[in-house]
Design a binder for this molecule. Structure first.
Ligand code: ZN
Length: 184
């Protein structure tokens, strides 16, 4: 397995939509393993393929120590509204409150290509919605009010200077002092 570079805000791939996966091949299973390794090293709880420069419709999640892969995920049901703080591994150090459905039911394929249905509430529901947004070129910033987005972007302009190539190379030793909020 290997750590992948995370593409940060400003890289156009984060705004593209992904392509549904026709078959979960061994190559894609290796990608999934690398995405998990990268997500854990970055202390995130979710990571979507465009964040590592890929266009397949795949995301990995780990909320409460339950690793979950969703291939071609589709939200079948969503209900309730809950506001909560979000961050993103592609927009380090930027956080904002986002209103999301409190419960979702998602259909997808697992790493073997078998159909699964996942029900999520609370943080898992939030994480599923955040990652599925990534697969359609949407970011949590899109949900902020104009004023809050402007303030987040001006903070990001300073952070972005740390990533001249718009790539974030994860070194687990650097993350000890990181913000405690979970990033997705
Ligand atoms: Zn994210």
């Amino acid at each position: 397995m290997s750590l992948l570079d995370i593409h940060v805000l400003g890289d156009p791939i984060l705004r593209e939509t992904t392509t549904p996966v026709a078959a979960v091949t061994d190559e894609l299973r290796r990608l999934i393993d690398d995405m998990f390794e990268t997500m854990y090293a970055a202390k995130g709880i979710g990571l979507a393929a465009p964040q590592v420069g890929r266009r397949e419709r795949i995301a990995v999640i780990d909320v409460d120590d339950v690793p979950l892969v969703v291939v071609n995920p589709d939200i079948r049901l969503s209900e309730g509204k809950v506001k909560g703080e979000e961050g993103c591994l592609s927009i380090p150090e930027i956080y904002g409150d986002v209103e999301r459905a409190g419960r979702v039911v998602v259909s997808a394929l697992d790493r073997d290509g078998n159909p699964i249905e996942v029900e999520g509430t609370e943080l898992l529901a939030r994480c599923l919605q955040h990652e599925i947004d990534h697969l359609h070129g949407r970011l949590f910033l899109d949900y902020l009010s104009v004023l809050k987005r402007r303030s987040a972007m001006s903070k990001w302009e300073k952070e972005r200077a740390k990533y001249p190539a718009l790539r974030r190379t994860i070194d687990p030793r650097d993350l000890a002092e990181q913000h405690n909020e979970e990033a997705l």
